[in-house]
Design a protein around this ligand. Structure first.
Ligand SMILES: [Zn+2]
Ligand SMILES: [Zn+2]
Length: 429
């Protein structure tokens, strides 16, 4: 049942990365939000966004990351002794305690990748502003967008907030200069994301084109450029990614990381995240104990936050991805829009599960008062951080378009029977 793509104007054609539908959109300078007519994915948001605002925010974030990383964030005083905690000292304390996996991942997520992300983004937007198109521009922009998922100054800020609230309930705690820089860097990083019209930048780097309607098309998974299907296997001329009809081995890779996540989910919840030693008395803290402590301290909203980020979100990711994999295997054509929306949520919120691990990392150099009281990381933190990484990799490896492909392959498929069924002619192969 052949249908023409949704024709809003002849300006440019985009491929929805969630369902594969080809959609013609208004010109890039048209303000507003354009949605995929099949799965309701927001293909492009341009209202209130611009290169100048995004550039100012990216440069400010990049500048603030230096003091945020190097200066102390919090200080605690106990019986005349004063300790301080910062990003660098937290990573160093984890490394010195031989918690290598957490030290390396925290350093990557909070120190290295934010610098790379905002350095690349600032460079790209400076080029756009100056009207220059060096050859590396598309690749640099692709990497800066990819790193948006893995650079986590905003998640770290919430981890610090939880850590600060927990310590402040028992000990006098101060926010130091680095702490204010972390708050400012994380907030401006979020504004950078909100103010960036991604597709306007892509369109400026290389203009989108509309392929002939009678030819099969392929879309770049990174920049959504639509090209003739014969270009499969070649590099995208705009961002340099290899063009593939679907993510390679998507279901196998997703299944592998989901199984690894399921296996690690048990020790992550069963073993303590950290251990407090006060006057020789050892108190282990599992995720559930941490939530109970927050309830006892009447910090209800933090208890809800940790429950949602540490228990509910990882479970939702593992169950959701398992559902998607089974529905592909069974060629299910039910709830396609719901599953695609759920996938988008899972993909977006996965990184927020790191809040509790970051809280422990902030705690570590702060509560070090020798035999009197000190805290140490425990094995549950390693398992939990690996659960988060496994589920993040699994959701990134998954290709939601396979659910729509499987629905088309289902026996007794009647395209007109359900609104969720993608019209064949709109589909990017
Ligand atoms: Zn779509
Ligand atoms: Zn591309």
């Amino acid at each position: 049942m052949a249908q023409r793509p949704l024709r809003l104007s002849t300006a440019m054609t985009l491929a929805c990365r969630d369902c594969g539908t080809l959609v013609e959109l208004p010109a890039p300078d048209t303000a507003g939000t354009s949605y995929c007519p099949v799965c309701a994915h927001a293909l492009r948001r341009s209202a209130g966004r611009g290169v100048a605002a995004a550039l100012a925010c990216a440069l400010t974030t990049f500048a603030l990351l230096w003091p945020a990383n190097l200066l102390p964030m919090m200080g605690v005083t106990m019986l005349g002794m004063h300790t301080q905690s910062g990003i660098f000292t937290s990573v160093q304390a984890l490394w010195d305690g031989h918690w290598v996996i957490i030290a390396v991942l925290t350093a990557l997520f909070v120190m290295v990748l934010p610098f790379v992300r905002f350095g690349l983004l600032s460079g790209v937007l400076l080029c756009v502003k100056a009207g220059r198109r060096p050859r590396w521009l598309g690749r640099a922009f692709r990497w800066s967008l990819w790193l948006d998922h893995w650079a986590m100054p905003d998640v770290f800020l919430i981890g610090c907030l939880v850590g600060y609230s927990r310590v402040r309930a028992f000990l006098p705690t101060t926010i130091e200069a680095g702490g204010w820089c972390v708050i400012a860097a994380a907030l401006i990083a979020m504004i950078t994301r909100a103010s960036l019209d991604t597709h306007a930048v892509w369109h400026w780097i290389e203009t989108d084109r509309t392929p002939p309607a009678d030819q099969p098309a392929i879309a770049c998974a990174a920049c959504s450029l639509v090209l003739p299907a014969a270009r499969q296997g070649h590099r995208c001329p705009r961002c340099g990614l290899r063009l593939r009809a679907r993510k390679p081995h998507a279901t196998t890779r997703t299944a592998m990381f989901v199984i690894a996540g399921l296996i690690l989910y048990l020790p992550a919840n069963f073993f303590p995240m950290n251990v407090d030693i006060q006057m020789g008395q050892i108190t282990p803290h599992r995720i559930a104990d941490g939530i109970q402590d927050l309830i006892n301290a009447h910090l209800w909203w933090l208890a809800v936050l940790i429950f949602v980020t540490s228990i509910a979100i990882p479970a939702l990711k593992l169950l959701g991805l398992t559902w998607f994999l089974f529905s592909i295997r069974r060629r299910s054509r039910r709830h396609l829009r719901l599953k695609t929306r759920l996938y988008r949520v899972i993909n977006e919120i996965g990184r927020w599960s790191n809040v509790d691990v970051f809280t422990v990392a902030v705690f570590l150099p702060l509560i070090q008062f020798g035999a009197l009281a000190h805290t140490d990381v425990a094995v549950g933190s390693v398992a939990f951080m690996l659960v988060v990484v496994c589920t993040m990799v699994a959701s990134r490896a998954f290709d939601p378009r396979l659910m729509w492909d499987a629905a088309l392959e289902a026996p007794n498929m009647h395209a007109s029977a359900r609104n969720e069924s993608p019209p064949q002619a709109e589909y990017a192969s």
